[in-house]
Design a protein around this ligand. Sequence first.
Ligand SMILES: [Cu+2]
Length: 435
Amino acid sequence: MTEDTPSGTTLPSTGATPASPSDFAGLDRRGFLRGAVVAGGGLVAATVAACAPAAASMPGWTYGPVGAQGAAQPTGAPAASPGASMDHGASPDPSAGASAPPMDDHDANAQAVVKRFLDGESAAIQGTGNQPYGDPRVDGGVKVFELTIDQIKHQIDAEKEPLDALGFNGTWPGPRLDVVEGDRVRAIFTNNLDETTGIHFHGQKLPNAMDGVPHITQDPIQPGDSFTYEFTARTVGSHMYHSHHNATDQVGRGLLGAFIVHPRNESERVEQKYGVSQDIVWISNDSLGGFTINGRGFPATAPIVATLGDKILIRFMNEGVMMHPWHLHGTPMRVVARDGYDLGPAAFTCDTLGVNPGERWDVVVDCDEPGAWAFHCHILSHAEGRDGMFGMVTALVVQEPSAARASSAQANGGGATVRAAAVAAGSTAWMCRIT
Ligand SMILES: [Cu+2]
């Protein structure tokens, strides 16, 4: 038996016994992404301009890399140094002084960006990554995943120019791969790039020849060639697959994805062990396109929508080159696993969790406080600048059950749900009055 969550995702309810990876196919945010109201970025911007204060005198909007570096990320070739393409331009400029824009411009710009988030920008962009691979083909008891390594055009948000990025099966992050402990896995990667590569299953115990490190355990995968990785999934928990060749560049451009190994013992799986109704992968990156969550920067990041009383699981994964301290407003996080390994009695509670490059941390959030709660990296220059929030920001929306039913019926998805939850929880900020 499954139950609908307000986000449209489903999980077997507590006590259910999923039997195969296909049971996990709906465990991410795809459902509410699909159901969200969509609005074109240009239309949204025009609407905001009409209602925002000081709109007439407002300069053209820029986000993230504003100020020192200008709005546009370089398209095409990524920077030789990852740092060169980051959003540090949004950091407060101590020399700005008298030249700083009037505060009403800040407020208008900041509100405009939030308006885009509320209007469901995450659902308005094609090519959403981190989608479930679905049921793999089974060949003689082996689960066969077929993945292409592609040059793609990728949008960080609806207004920035698409970037020349990389992806698996056409998306950044690549498809989420779910298997069960003990499964025999065959992953066939076909290199459609015009450069060589190699793929590593990060966190798995692997036969050495399957480790995916060119020049150590295999030759680089040449353009047009394929390589087959085959192994038994022995290491349960939250793991990743990514390029391990020219990796600063290739992973920085998007060659990354989640590899989840569910315990063979069903009572050890997260929905039974923790009673969670959503199983969310959250992959951060910080090179091409700036600071991203699952390949998007705010306001195009997807909100997490839950109902009061829900428990949800978030699997933080850091594919970037710097640490990001994830901070959740409103309610703490119970940290239950690191790098896939159960913390057992060492589990702890916090509201800010630093996730280093390569690490995975699983947290359970007890959604016991209604409202719209900011959820962001607390290196502030990764999250907010003079023109408002950008990059590593999203929201956890905890709805009252009645509101959840209503929003589900309206299938209004992200933004309206965020606003409704904030109003219902007593917020009176202008955000709640945006129409
Ligand atoms: Cu950060």
